[in-house]
Design a protein around this ligand. Sequence first.
Ligand code: ASP
Length: 439
Amino acid sequence: MLKVVKFGGSSMADAGQYRKIRSILQADPTRSVVVVSAAGKRFSGDHKLTDLLYLCHAHVQYGVDCSRIFKMITSRYLDIQSDLDLDLDLGPELEALKLSIDAKKVTQEELVSRGEYFSAKLMAAYLGFQFIDAADWVKFNMDGTVNQDASYEALRNRITPGYGCVIPGFYGVMPDGAIHTFSRGGSDITGSLAAAALDADVYENWTDVSGILMADPRIVEDPQAIPEVTYDELRELSYSGAQVLHEDCIFPVREKNIPVNIRNTNDPEAPGTMIRGQFQGEKDPDRFITGITGKKDFSIISLSKRGMSNQVGVLRKVLTVLERHNISVDYVPNGIDNVSVVLPTASVEKDLYTIMAQIKQEVQPDTLDVHHQIAVVAAVGRQMAFRPGISGKIFAALGESGINIRMINQGPDELNIIFGVDNKDFADAIRVLYNSFVK
Ligand code: ASP
């Protein structure tokens, strides 16, 4: 049995959290491959180390002295080092880093990667585990994708069987040896790659909530955690707005059918959320909706043209205009002689007038409008599929609460029901759904 365990920033925030991690590992010795994030916030209003590192680089870039920020960074690490009474001394390496920063010899990606690098060094020293640098095995292709085969082989060659190891998350190397980072939150991907490389039995992702919540706790008071969710549902939930795991982290574990267990470092007894391909026998057969999520600030571009249903290529022309502007479309609800495209306002804002003019010229619609301030809400659940009455219940509940629906979309796999409302109705729509399906 092998478990790859990843601890996020809040789990790595100070020496107290390191102690919790050690007892979590001692409670189950199969948790032997540990992936860590950079130190996160200790309290609200605190700073994430990664943010400070980005800030540090921005200062240098503009020729502003970053010594004060760098001091904040070093003291976070040196405090952990002294609180845990470690033999390791990061001091000289931190000083060398400062010299390279001042000499402008460190790229942004290399600098921000040091957040996880130093975390992993400290954790390895604290646990007495082997330190395995991500730069020695996470290998990127020139296009920024991961060369999985080469990476997996390199990790397998570095692991010493029977010994625990600690790996920094978030970064790897390009073919020319330069440090390259994933996008923010990318330590989740490193953990997933390690689990896939080593054919782990489970990938545990430890964070500061007891699993994925059914709805955003800033909107719904004290939402329940989701006990079980499939990879597909999770993909839907994250795409539609739920911030749980990095959205690319599911792919490596999914290829090897490795379950992911989201756990809470501050409540290690809680079972958290289990993510896998399928579940046999539902824990709660009456729970049709797995989670409710959504995002604000979409725009809907709508056009109508008489006889459009009999014309070939109208939709293609609209999509081609958007493609020309490198804009990806989220949903395409349509009627008989009209079609709309729904996309994030931020993606379209800059070129909106040109886009509208081009659509007008190429499609010659009878009407062409754009509406902003639209929120998209998604109800996701594998148990909704092929079950009559669910969408009826959703829309009845929204109607009773006076919430106007601006568009409706359902994927053919019936894994989700997605609808658009005005931004101002966003939170109410989520609360109404939660109250009618969960409470
Ligand atoms: N430290 C990085 C970030 O804050 C990566 C991670 O924590 O996953 O985005």
